[in-house]
Ligand binder design. Structure first.
Ligand code: IMP
Length: 428
């Protein structure tokens, strides 16, 4: 399978987990390259359903090596809890590798994430409050602690002291929150350091050696293109590069190693948190409610109800460009099965100008209106279809239209939540 990057093309929750689950077993190594415990992936083991946030989903597949790359951030408390949970379920985790260069989420990052959101009031980002923004901010400010610092308590304490000299006054004087001592956090993190020690590696070297040895690698993106800090709807984004370029910097593997970039797009559109969403259906709209209920559109990490709307081809076309997509997987096509007709946004219009790509200026993006094409629905259950030719004509036309508007071939189509409820057109 070579080296593949898997990315979300919309605002996250495209069903990346389902596609990852479908293809992971074909890879030797699965590496997460950005984000932290803000991502959520539901897995089912021994009849139990649970969410994984830090451990890459590759852990669920025997023989697959899960890697947490240097571009990720690690909340050791959540990671250790997940490792304990996997151990209780009898799922081995001994192959896991964690980059020593990944940054650590500290207790004050979580406090500051919540405090920032409260300060923003109605302008809040709607973060997952997992400390993501403050951790990446400290990484950029060179005030962060890294996973490798867990291996040397002296260095850990020194760096922590420097960080607390800035954090404590902010916590206390700006937000009126409790402060921390070096001893307090060192005590808290010491057991995590001991527990995580066996997993810490130089992951760039590990990955490059694996590729040189002919192993296949799947880079698993979290969040999505429109939540990317550079290419998304800033400031309503996460704090890392979710796009395919992030797989390079977030892993230490060179760009020519990448063979394919698979974009995941939901057959309609959802978003959690704040920020523009041009094709959003208004609260209470019966079609929006239907998409939410039939599509189970509630967040894995926060349980929040997702905002729902029509498929936006402008966004996916943009994602094709900024990620260099070679293939698309369309998910949840079955959810549209009860609609008489389906709208698809083919362009935007603002101030009399038509935009077929995401307008560069945020103000235009905010006031633009979607231009819709209306196509007939198929009005039937398609979850039993296993080949493209079995799909009703209207569903095939819908996929063809998506392909035409994105300029990327649709290689996979998901028609239900189970692994086998998928149509493979060109992937394998
Ligand atoms: P943060 O990543 O927690 O800082 O949140 C920033 C924005 O990204 C918010 O709008 C979140 O709702 C969104 N976000 C973060 N992680 C995910 C995800 O896994 N799926 C969808 N949205 C996410």
């Amino acid at each position: 399978m070579g080296v593949t990057v898997l990315v979300g093309t919309q605002w996250g929750d495209e069903g990346k987990g389902k596609i990852t689950d479908l293809i992971t077993g074909e890879y030797d190594v699965v590496c997460r390259y950005q984000g932290g415990a803000n991502a959520g992936h539901t897995v089912i083991a021994n009849g139990h359903r649970f969410g994984l946030h830090q451990v890459p989903s590759g852990v669920m597949y025997e023989g697959v090596v899960p890697v947490i790359g240097n571009g990720c951030i690690v909340d050791p408390q959540i990671l250790v809890e997940e490792l304990d949970m996997l151990a209780r379920e009898g799922i081995p985790t001994d192959l896991l590798k964690i980059s020593g260069n990944a940054h650590l989420v500290m207790p004050y990052h979580k406090d500051l994430d919540g405090a920032n959101e409260r300060r923003l009031g109605k302008n809040l980002i709607g973060t997952t409050r997992r400390g993501v923004g403050p951790t990446y901010a400290d990484k950029a400010s060179r005030l962060g602690l890294r996973v490798q610092d867990l291996q040397d308590e002296k260095v850990f304490r020194e760096k922590l002291e420097t960080a607390l000299a800035e954090k404590n006054p902010i916590l206390e004087l700006v937000y009126g929150l409790p402060t921390y001592t070096v001893d307090q956090i060192t005590e808290l993190y010491r057991p995590y350091a001991k527990r995580l020690q066996p997993y810490i590696v130089e992951s760039s070297r590990y990955l490059n050696d694996a590729i040189d040895a002919g192993k296949s690698v799947l880079f698993e993106g979290a969040q999505a293109t429109m939540l990317d800090i550079d290419h998304g709807t800033y400031p309503f984004v996460t704090s890392s590069n979710c796009t395919a370029g992030g797989a390079i910097t977030g892993s230490g593997v060179g760009p020519v190693a990448i063979d394919r970039v698979l974009g995941i797009a939901k057959a309609y559109l959802t978003r959690v948190g704040s920020g523009p969403f041009l094709t959003e259906l208004p609260q209470g709209d019966p079609i929006g409610e239907m998409l939410c209920e039939v599509g189970h559109e509630y967040g894995v990490t926060t349980g929040r109800k997702r905002r729902c709307g029509w498929y936006d081809a402008v966004v996916v076309n943009y994602a094709a460009r900024v990620n260099g997509l070679t293939d698309l997987a369309i998910t949840k096509l079955d959810v549209l099965g009860c609609l008489d007709e389906i709208k698809i946004c083919v362009a935007y219009e603002a101030d009399g100008v038509r935009y077929e790509t995401v307008p560069e200026h945020q103000s235009i993006f905010y006031r633009a209106k979607p231009v819709y094409m209306t196509v007939p629905g198929w009005k039937c259950d398609i979850s039993g279809c296993r080949s493209f030719f079995e799909l009703p004509r209207e569903a095939k036309d819908y996929i063809d239209l998506i392909e035409q508007l994105s300029g990327v071939r649709v290689s996979l189509v998901a028609v239900g939540p189970d692994r086998d409820e998928t149509i493979d057109r060109h992937w394998r």
